[in-house]
Design a protein around this ligand. Structure first.
Ligand code: PEP
Length: 255
C-alpha cells in the first residue's frame, strides 16, 4: 500500500507571530505548490492566524500543537478544536512527550482530545514513544502498545483513516540522538500491526506513521526509505526554512 509521505514541523514554543509568518513565507515560496509530499506546519497558537493567512492557496496545511477536549467553557488558557477549525487548521499534535512529561498529560486525557479532534474533523497527530529507561528495560513495545490502545480507545474504523501516528522515542527528541533505522522500523511495523488489529488491514494501510526524534536532512533519506516510515515529525530542523525544505525534498525522493 503506498502512502503519501507527510512532513510535519513542530515549532514548539519558538517564533513570535512575525517570525512565524516570515518562516512560512519562505516555505510557501519554494514548496507551496508541490503536491508530492503532504506538508504541515504547527506554529504556536499566537501565530496560527498569521500563518493561516500566508498559507491561503498553498499546498501546505496548518496544524496546532495541542488542544482541549471541550468545545468551550471555563478552561483558562485553553483552546478548543472548534477554535482551531475556525482558523482553518487541519491537524493537531496530541500527546507529545513534552506535554506528557511537563504537563502531566495521561493516556486517558489524550484519548479525550483525540476523540474531540476527530469529531471536529481535525486530524490528530498522536505521539507515542518510550523513554531511555523504558528502552533499556525492554519495555518499548509494551509502552507503545499501551499508549496506542489507550489513546485510540473509542475511535471508529471510519474515523481511523484520518489518524496520523508519530513514533517519537523520548530519548531522541531534541538530543541529536536518532534511532537507528532498524530500531525505528521495528517499532513502526509493530504499530502497523496494532492498527491492523484495531481497525483492519485496509484502514491500517492508510494511516501514516511518522518518525520523530532528531530527524534532519542527513539522516532522513535512510529513515524515510523504510517500509513503515511514512514521514517525519520534525522539531529543531523545522525552525529554519532550508533544513525543512530539504526534508520535504528527501520525502519526495523516498516516495
Ligand atoms: C519533536 O519534538 O516532535 C521532535 C521530533 O523534535 P526534534 O526533531 O528536535 O528532535
Amino acid at each position: 500500500m503506498s502512502r503519501k509521505k507527510l512532513i510535519a514541523g513542530n515549532w514548539k514554543m519558538n517564533k513570535n507571530s512575525a517570525e512565524a509568518v516570515a518562516l512560512v513565507a519562505e516555505l510557501v515560496a519554494v514548496a507551496g505548490k508541490q503536491t508530492d509530499v503532504e506538508v504541515v506546519v504547527c506554529p504556536p497558537f499566537t501565530a496560527l492566524e498569521g500563518v493561516a493567512a500566508k498559507l491561503e492557496g498553498a499546498e501546505i496545511r496548518l496544524g496546532a500543537q495541542n488542544m482541549h477536549p471541550e468545545k468551550s467553557g471555563a478552561y483558562t488558557g485553553e483552546i478548543s478544536a472548534e477554535m482551531l477549525r475556525a482558523l482553518h487548521a487541519t491537524h493537531v499534535i496530541l500527546g507529545h512527550s513534552e506535554r506528557r512529561t511537563y504537563f502531566g498529560e495521561t493516556d486517558a486525557f489524550i484519548n479525550k482530545k483525540t476523540l474531540a479532534a476527530l469529531k471536529a474533523e481535525l486530524r490528530p497527530i498522536l505521539c507515542v514513544g518510550e523513554t531511555l529507561a523504558e528502552r533499556e528495560g525492554n519495555q518499548t513495545l509494551k509502552v507503545v502498545q499501551t499508549q496506542i490502545e489507550a489513546g485510540l480507545d473509542g475511535v471508529t474504523k471510519e474515523q481511523a483513516a484520518q489518524l496520523v501516528i508519530a513514533y517519537e522515542p523520548v530519548w531522541a527528541i531534541g538530543t541529536g540522538k536518532v534511532a537507528t533505522t532498524a530500531q525505528a522500523q521495528e517499532v513502526h511495523a509493530f504499530i502497523r500491526g496494532l492498527l491492523v488489529r484495531l481497525f483492519g488491514e485496509s484502514v491500517a494501510g492508510k494511516i501514516r506513521i511518522l518518525y520523530g526524534g532528531s530527524m534532519k536532512p542527513s539522516n532522513a533519506p535512510e529513515l524515510l526509505a523504510q517500509p513503515d516510515i511514512d514521514g517525519g515529525l520534525i522539531g529543531g530542523a523545522s525552525l529554519e526554512a532550508r533544513s525543512f525544505l530539504e526534508l520535504i525534498t528527501a520525502a519526495a525522493a523516498a516516495k
